[in-house]
Design a protein around this ligand. Sequence first.
Ligand SMILES: [Zn+2]
Length: 307
Amino acid sequence: MISQRTLKDSITLTGVGLHSGKPVKLTLRPARADQGIVFVRSDLPGSLPIPAHYRHVTNTQLATSIGRGQVSISTIEHLMGALQGAGVDNVIVEVDGPEIPIMDGSAEPFFRAIEAVGLVPQRKARPYLALRRKVEIKVAEKWAVAEPSSSLEIHGSIDWDHPSIGYQEFHYIEGHTDFSEISRARTFGFLRDVEALKRMGLARGGSLENAVVLDDAQVLNPDGLRYSDEFARHKVLDALGDLKLAGLEIHAYFRLHRAGHDLHSQILAAIFRDPDNYEIIDSSVFEERRASGIRAALASRLAATVG
Ligand SMILES: [Zn+2]
């Protein structure tokens, strides 16, 4: 059985909000089995907790926001990516403002902090969503395709008419690709958009310290990129975080082209729209299936040798 996991102890991190530019305190606390990931606004006592679930997504414009009633929390995707990468099933996320701190624009600071405190197994099997058939969404030249697979796989590609970006792709396979391959990839934006956002009172906390910023010709950060394909790696990180809003582990192969937060949330909604698209299995069933798949493969190989 693969157990659900939570944090061994609480973690507190501080940073600035990308849009508010104000300091934000983030605390991650251990949670009960089957509780999932639950966000709480600690600055609004008595406000409803917000489960990290695609049904609670309220905005996907610049980042992924979730909300309930009047209460919302934005820019959850990099933290969600770190929780997925670390294998955390259950955690309470408390934040004293409307957005998760942007940190360095990647998932690395969250991931490091989770790794440092460690995880504990819980006495409940981890549930899995196994996709049973192909589900796809196409919006103009963007698309998201999900196909059945025995693990979570994401192939992310972008095609940007810019000398520093162009066509890039990155293929992540859970259990094979080390999460550190994508955890350090930072969010990116164009100087003209950042300036426009600042005029609208947004991105006040945005700087070269927490994003890759490009003008029409090049990357403006003095230290350049962390990877030549940092943009595609970040897209995969965003997808990993957004897909964790399924509320359970997904076994499917996602091919995402020019996708963003909107398409990630739409493909999840499309999967859940029809119960024939998937089945929910616990890890003992999934291990048995994997083992019987291996037995069947060995038997056919043996039959071939004997024959
Ligand atoms: Zn991002």
